[in-house]
Design a protein around this ligand. Structure first.
Ligand SMILES: [Zn+2]
Length: 299
């Protein structure tokens, strides 16, 4: 069985033809053009899905999407202004109507967690937290062997834990949210604020690994904010594994070790005894895989 999986993000829309065994037979991406609005973004997905349907014998379409998604109805309950007018769109109804295929939709971080559980570093784990560190910070909770969605499909929004009361304004409207300090965007902000030269993230990590003093200082500051947020989550749910995904996970062990050391200093001994921090195995493919698995299991 083949599925056309889409991953709608603020910058790009990734898509792929994925088999029920998790093999990706074709994949590509295109710019979201989020500024054009939610309606435009969905129409582009429909257009691409119709093309893929003409080329492959697909059984259905599954969408991994930014925003809070009522996965039963396919409705975007809440999405921030990165994609204006996205809130209120029913992904399942819209895409089904135009393609005639069966459609599923799920939040992107939830898809990443399902993807890691199916084909990644969370295989066989009954409890884990999946954290994506990107423009914002996303979280997904996998508890007792399945995804925990919460009472209104909004569980795991750890990016909006309050880290500094009265702090920086967040896109959600609150002040001092975790993601304003610990996302990769927050790190970029720290770099531009504290360093004379303009460094991209890749360059910044390179000079920091090479021992640049100011680089190390900024990196440690950022790591400290990441682990302050994570420590709260660890104390709340006592999971044994945290999977770290998102663009910065390409920094590998360098990032992993820093998070691990700093986090261990902040948690109670009993929580530390069995706590593993791992990087997401599937990198940017996790959402497509997760969307596919979500389709297969929700039939
Ligand atoms: Zn917030």
């Amino acid at each position: 069985m083949l599925i056309a999986a889409f991953d709608i993000g603020g910058t790009s829309v990734k898509y792929g033809i994925v088999s029920s065994l998790g093999e990706i037979l074709e994949e590509d991406s295109y710019p979201t053009n989020a500024i054009m609005g939610g309606r435009y973004v969905v129409n582009k997905v429909i257009e691409k899905a119709i093309q893929l349907k003409g080329k492959w014998n697909i059984k259905g379409i599954s969408v991994s999407s930014a925003g809070q998604i009522n996965t039963n109805k396919g409705l975007v309950i809440y999405a921030n202004d990165n994609i204006p007018g996205f809130t209120g769109i029913n992904l399942i109804e819209e895409i089904q109507k135009h393609t005639g295929l069966s459609v599923r939709a799920e939040n992107d971080v939830n898809c990443a967690a399902i993807g890691e559980s199916w084909k990644g570093n969370a295989q066989g784990l009954s409890d884990f937290l999946c954290v994506t560190i990107g423009t914002g910070i996303g979280g997904a909770l996998y508890l007792n062997g399945s995804l925990y969605r919460g009472s209104s499909y909004a569980a795991g929004e750890i990016g909006h834990l309050t880290l500094y009361p009265g702090g920086k304004k967040c896109a959600c409207g609150k002040l001092g949210c975790f993601e304003q300090y610990a996302s990769s965007k927050a790190l970029e902000f720290l770099i531009s604020e504290k360093m004379d030269k303009k460094y991209g993230l890749k360059e910044f990590f390179q000079i920091t690994r090479d021992g640049n003093k100011l680089g190390i200082e900024i990196f440690n500051h950022w790591i400290n904010d990441i682990t302050t947020g994570l420590a709260s989550v660890v104390h709340l749910i006592n999971i044994d594994t945290i999977i770290i995904g998102g663009g910065v996970s390409s920094q590998g062990d360098f990032l992993l070790k820093a998070i691990q050391e700093s986090l261990y200093e902040k948690i109670m001994p009993n929580h530390k005894r069995k706590l593993y921090i791992k990087l997401a195995y599937n990198a940017n493919k996790a959402n497509l895989l997760g969307a596919t698995k979500h389709f297969i299991s929700s039939k």
